[in-house]
Ligand binder design. Sequence first.
Ligand code: AMP
Ligand code: ZN
Length: 114
Amino acid sequence: MSDCLFCGIVAGDVPATIVSQTPRTVAFADINPQAPVHVLVVPRAHHANLAELIDSPEEDLLREVLAHATEVAQSCGVADGHRIVFNTGPEGGQTVEHVHAHVLGGRQMTWPPG
Ligand code: AMP
Ligand code: ZN
């Protein structure tokens, strides 16, 4: 989608600190980190949120996003303590409508999240 920020990052049109890439997913540093490790993992293909990804013909992409997110947690040194989060909708805290997994770690997580 031409007006999607994360499609712009995937395309290389918007600068970002790329952490790692796979053929179908990209991991990049969150611009406003909420923890010492805060990386976003997105599918290259545009899907607005988790439900749209699951309902799409490429629902297998979710496994790749999660596998990549887990690999990021390992490569960033937080394999033993991290949180992987998908926000959905304004009330869920979603601000960018391109599905993304937050990988957070490097500090004690609190529960419930705010
Ligand atoms: P969410 O609020 O769950 O939709 O998450 C969107 C995330 O994208 C937020 O944590 C933002 O800090 C992050 N973000 C916004 N713009 C950029 C950008 N240009 N590069 C990297 N991360 C960004
Ligand atoms: Zn997009």
